[in-house]
Design a protein around this ligand. Structure first.
Ligand code: G3P
Ligand code: MG
Length: 243
């Protein structure tokens, strides 16, 4: 059975990458949560997609120029709807405190392809270890040097390269970057590519699968998971709702 990962939480119903979005994903019956992590000026791993806070908060500037304490006062919900004005940029630790007792899988995407945050890998691994989350977390990144660094720091934790273009034999590339699974852009996954991953026993979790016909395609192919903004719809498609 294919797992459903909520992309930045249930991000069509709630402001992305906030605790409200993660809680909604759990209510929606998602099996796992995908989120993006970057570092503040004082080195705290926080959950946000863009390198700048402009789009998803009421302030401006790079996340790397704010201390964690400064971020605590910033509204990360009103841009989406007034009802979420009390949402803030969560720290990774806050998320881990919430998720650790719940039966949820986790995909932490290290958002370090534009800014290479010094120590992001070490800090993330340390937190996952402290909250006992290593066995149900996959770490992904568009920065594949970072995946190799993670492997050197921790021989066991699952990693997956994110990629958006057609690679030649991507199942071989997964091994080159010391990973166990792949998180490709869903449109790169032609049937012959799906075959190759299957033949090589490499689990796939395509992103971002929002249309029912693509959900069906990946369920049929037995992708290990899909990453979607619509976990509730994905669940109904998975359980046979044809509408
Ligand atoms: O991890 C899957 C997906 O989140 C990658 O793209 O830009 O939404 O972080 P992005
Ligand atoms: Mg992401």
């Amino acid at each position: 059975m294919t797992y459903i990962f909520a992309h930045r939480g249930s991000s069509k119903d709630c402001p992305e990458n906030t605790m409200a979005a993660f809680k909604k994903a759990f209510e929606d019956g998602a099996d796992g949560i995908e989120l993006d992590v970057q570092l503040t000026k004082d080195g705290v791993p926080v959950i946000i997609h863009d390198e700048k806070i402009d789009r998803t908060t009421n302030q401006k500037g790079y996340i790397a120029d704010y201390t964690y304490e400064e971020l605590l006062n910033i509204d990360a919900g009103s841009w989406f709807s007034k009802a979420f004005q009390n949402e803030h940029i969560p720290s990774l630790e806050m998320l881990l405190q919430w998720i650790a007792p719940l039966p949820l899988l986790l995909n932490v995407e290290l958002k370090n392809n534009e800014i290479e945050y010094d120590g992001l890998e070490e800090k993330t691994l340390d937190l996952l270890h402290r909250y006992g989350m290593e066995k149900r977390t996959v770490l992904s990144s568009f920065n594949h040097y970072s995946l190799i660094k993670i492997r050197k720091l921790n021989p066991y934790i699952e990693t997956a390269p994110l990629y958006s273009d057609g690679l030649l034999d991507p199942w071989e590339y997964v091994k080159v970057v010391s990973s166990q699974s792949a998180h490709p852009y869903y449109k790169t996954l032609h049937p012959y590519i799906m075959e190759g991953f299957k033949r090589n026993n490499i689990p796939l979790r395509p992103y971002t699968v929002n249309q029912k016909k693509w959900m069906q395609y990946f369920f049929k192919w037995g992708a290990q998971a899909i990453i979607t903004d619509y976990p509730l719809i994905a669940r109904s498609v998975l359980h046979g709702d044809p509408s």
